[in-house]
Design a binder for this molecule. Structure first.
Ligand SMILES: [Cu+2]
Length: 164
């Protein structure tokens, strides 16, 4: 071994040691990895009766590493320039009513956009809209459906989506 390669090897050794020290603190371990659930909307009878044919999808990302949950919704087939109440619900779309009740962070707590997950949709002139909600907790497994309500009467459920 020549005298010129030794410093290189030492440097490499130091770099590997540094890497070994850094990796455990910077890498996201398997149990901290984000969980992604998604689905596509089905127009419910309540929506079909009103002439809606809703097409769209939603994605929920639960990130334990940052203790956050993000929901994004993208839909077409809605009224132009309108706002639709959208919530994460706690039962499947095959429940009665579809989606069951609202998902709540603190069960039995406030019915608002903080304790519940409300990715409200605002549409453009073409009736296409997006909604998003970001929360500083990781949603439980019972955050399992997304329901779009009729603005004129929120009791009417227009479309439902199962997150899986
Ligand atoms: Cu709802």
């Amino acid at each position: 071994m020549t005298s010129t390669t030794r410093p290189t090897i030492r440097l490499l050794g130091a770099a590997l040691l540094l890497l070994a020290l850094l990796v455990p603190t910077t890498a996201v371990s398997a149990d901290q990895a984000a969980t992604v659930t998604r689905g596509t909307f089905t127009t419910l009878a309540g929506g079909g009766d009103l002439g809606y044919d809703i097409v769209g999808h939603a994605t929920m990302v639960r990130s334990p590493a940052t203790a956050t949950t993000r929901v994004r919704v993208h839909v077409s087939g809605l009224e132009p320039d309108a706002t639709y109440g959208v919530h994460v619900h706690a039962a499947g779309c095959d429940s009665t009513p579809p989606g069951g009740g609202h998902y709540q962070h603190e069960v039995g707590g406030a019915v608002d956009a903080i304790n519940e997950i409300w990715p409200t949709i605002t549409t453009n002139a073409a009736g296409v809209g997006m909604g998003q909600a970001v929360h500083d907790h990781v949603a439980r497994a019972d955050a399992r459906a997304v329901v779009i309500h009729w603005p004129d009467n929120p009791a009417v459920r227009l479309a439902c989506l199962d997150l899986s």
